[in-house]
Design a protein around this ligand. Structure first.
Ligand code: C5P
Length: 223
C-alpha cells in the first residue's frame, strides 16, 4: 500500500499531538490520538463513580466504550465517547492526574489497542502515544520519539491549562509531569519507551512547525 503509517511516541508535553495533527493534515492522513482514548475511559469511570482500583469493573467499562474521532464543520477533530463529545472534558486536571492509573490496566490496554489497530488499517495514519512503535504498530513505516525537558513540558501544559481557565503553578505541573512519566514508564504492560530505530527529536528549542517539517521530509525521503 502507498499509504504509510507514522508512529510518534514520547512523554507528556513533548508536543506530540500538535505535531501529529499537522503532519496528518499535510499528508491527508488520519490522526489518532491514543491518549484521548485512555482519557475517555478515565472520565467515564470517574463520572460513573467506579473506583479506579476496581480493575475488573474498569476493564468491563473499557470494553463497552465506543470511541470515535470525527471532524466538526470547522475541520477540528473531536473525540466522541458513547455518542457524546468529550473533547474538552477529557483535558481537565482531574482526568490528567488519574489517567495513568487506568492506562496501566492490561485489560484496558487490550481493548484500546484493538480499536487503535482497526483505525489504522487500510489508510495513511499518524498515531501518537506512548507505545505506538513498541507495541501497537511495530511495523510502522516511520517512528519518531519526541522529548523535551520537564520544565519546558510543564510550561507548555501551563499554557494549555491557562487557556482552559485553570491556573496551576509551574512547580506543581513539573512535579505532576515527572510523576506521570514515571508511572507511564514503569508500568508492566507496554510502558513508555523509545525503540532503538525511532528517531529522537528534542523539541525543547525548536518550534512545532520545525518538527513537522523534519518529519515530512523523512517521509518524502523514504518514498
Ligand atoms: O498523551 P496524553 O497526555 O493525552 O496521554 C494521557 C495518558 O494516557 C498518558 O499519561 C498515559 O498514561 C496514557 N497513554 C498510554 N498509552 C498511549 C497513550 C496514552 O498509556 N499510547
Amino acid at each position: 500500500k502507498d499509504q504509510k503509517v507514522i508512529a510518534i511516541d514520547g512523554p507528556a508535553g513533548a508536543g506530540k499531538s500538535t505535531v501529529a495533527k499537522k503532519v496528518a493534515e499535510k499528508l491527508n492522513y488520519i490522526y489518532i490520538d491514543t491518549g484521548a482514548m485512555y482519557r475517555a475511559v478515565t472520565i467515564k469511570a470517574l463520572n460513573q463513580g467506579v473506583a479506579l482500583s476496581d480493575v475488573d469493573a474498569i476493564v468491563k467499562l473499557a470494553e463497552n466504550t465506543d470511541i470515535k474521532f470525527v471532524y466538526d464543520e470547522k475541520g477540528n477533530q473531536r473525540v466522541i465517547m458513547d455518542g457524546q463529545d468529550v473533547s474538552e472534558a477529557i483535558r481537565t486536571p482531574l482526568v490528567t492526574n488519574n489517567v495513568s492509573e487506568v492506562a496501566a490496566i492490561p485489560g484496558v490496554r487490550h481493548a484500546m489497542v484493538k480499536l487503535q489497530r482497526e483505525m489504522a488499517a487500510n489508510q495513511g495514519t499518524v498515531m501518537d502515544g506512548r507505545d505506538i512503535a513498541s507495541y501497537v504498530l511495530p511495523n510502522a513505516d516511520f517512528k519518531f520519539f519526541l522529548t523535551a525537558s520537564p520544565e519546558i513540558r510543564a510550561a507548555r501544559r501551563q499554557k494549555d491549562l491557562f487557556a482552559q481557565g485553570f491556573e496551576v503553578s509551574l512547580e506543581q505541573l513539573t512535579r505532576e509531569i515527572i510523576e506521570r512519566d514515571r508511572k507511564d514508564s514503569q508500568r508492566e504492560m507496554a510502558p513508555l519507551t523509545r525503540v532503538p530505530e525511532a528517531e529522537l527529536i528534542d523539541t525543547s528549542n525548536i518550534t512545532a512547525d520545525q518538527v513537522v517539517d523534519l518529519i515530512i521530509s523523512r517521509v518524502l525521503e523514504g518514498d
